[in-house]
Design a binder for this molecule. Structure first.
Ligand code: ATP
Ligand code: MG
Length: 362
């Protein structure tokens, strides 16, 4: 007699329902409908770029600030609006992690103007020649966004930026928007490049918990079904990201991970348990990324450290020279693994090591 067998899908909870209405709002390339907390930055950029619509030169910008503060989003947003407003302006976005040499950036610029480069490749001078010919014939001004500009080496960046800022051919020129986490990068460029660029700085500060809440609510409204997350838990996520650098990417990622996990479990609401386990996961991924930058000796030393031990005790008990230990501790502090709390008075006072993360994650 055939054994009646239950279909494996019949037990899956809410199989025909999903917590997501539109999962794409959580993807990195998603352009939000509303951009919160960046009015003054948007105004400053758009005001400075406006002369282009009257055939006049605009200032070059250095957009800088910590990760996840909207630098890439806002730069692209302003340029999209500008190019929709005026046919005279066309933006070209280049990420210097992907195009990380002067040659590859100029090749991308030449393709933007329609150049077809031979397969054998062209020397930089020949590429420049193509750009000059094609750009001078075009009927628009180009705004070049060079994101993650610090990923180029100093020589390439100095030469490239000097040439781009000096470009002048039949009244065509480049307007540059350079984006970086590390503003100091600019001071390592050639002095003549720095002066030729005449950069205007625009700082993006980290988001507050309130800012992050608004950003999250937008994604929730467009991405998830109604009542899928409580106000309390939204507060938890924004607080979590606020203390981790005021980074909107962390906030959105945590929300997305939690929604995804809820969906996998067939839940139509994000619970506190799911949220907490997702946040531990994010912490451990972040820590592992940083751990991989440590040498074996540094890792072993970090592993051997105990929470709330004084530096005096560490120096006296360890076989490693004090000078090396000091160097290690400074590095760990910079990476955010530990804090060093001063206890003793005056110079030479002892300090205590405080772990900023759960050591079990190591
Ligand atoms: N004001 C905002 N409103 C809505 N979404 C935002 C806002 N700011 C940032 N975001 C979102 O947060 C994420 C990170 O933003 P973005 O990539 O622009 O940061 P960034 O400053 O360029 O970071 P990084 O320095 O790491 O490149 C993106 O998904 C972006 O859409
Ligand atoms: Mg960016």
């Amino acid at each position: 007699m055939p054994i009646s067998k239950k279909n494996i899908f019949s037990d899956i909870k809410n199989i025909d329902k999903s917590i997501f209405v539109n999962e794409q709002v959580f993807y990195p390339e998603y352009l939000p409908t509303n951009i919160y907390s960046r009015d003054s930055e948007i105004k400053e950029l758009s005001f400075s770029l406006k002369p282009l619509t009257n055939n006049k030169k605009a200032e070059n910008f250095l957009v800088y600030g910590p990760p996840g503060t909207g630098k890439t989003l806002i730069s692209n947003f302003v340029l999209k609006e500008l190019s929709e407003y005026s046919m005279k302006v066309k933006p070209l976005y280049i990420n210097c992690i992907q195009e990380n040499t002067r040659h590859s950036i100029l090749s991308t610029v030449s393709s933007f103007f329609g150049a077809i480069l031979p397969r054998r490749g062209l020397a930089v001078d020949e590429i420049w020649q193509r750009i000059k010919e094609l750009y001078s014939k075009s009927n628009f001004y180009t705004v070049l966004i060079l994101d993650e500009i610090d990923k180029l080496n100093n020589t390439d960046a100095s030469t490239l930026l000097y040439d781009l800022s000096r470009f002048s051919e039949k009244q065509k020129f480049f307007t540059l928007i350079l984006i970086t986490n590390n503003k100091e990068f600019i001071f390592n460029l050639d002095l003549r490049t720095q002066s030729s660029l005449a950069l205007k700085s625009l700082e993006f500060k980290k988001y507050t918990s309130q800012d992050l809440k608004k950003i999250l609510k937008e994604r929730i409204e467009y991405g998830l079904i109604k009542d899928s997350i409580s106000e309390d838990l939204i507060g938890y996520i924004s607080g979590y990201a606020a203390v981790r650098g005021g980074d909107a990417r962390i906030a959105i990622d945590l929300l997305y991970k939690s929604a995804k996990e809820s969906d996998r479990k067939g839940n139509l609401k994000i619970t506190k348990e799911i949220l907490l386990s997702s946040s531990h996961l994010i912490d451990s991924i972040k820590i592992n990324e940083k751990i991989s930058s440590l040498s074996k000796e540094e890792f072993n030393f970090l592993y051997s450290l105990k929470n709330e031990t004084s530096t005096t005790e560490i120096y006296s008990k360890s076989k490693i020279p004090e000078r090396t230990i000091r160097r290690y501790l400074t590095k760990f502090e910079k990476l955010g693994f530990i804090s060093l709390k001063t206890t003793g008075k005056g110079k030479g006072g002892s300090r205590v090591v405080i772990f900023n993360f759960n050591k079990e994650l190591l």
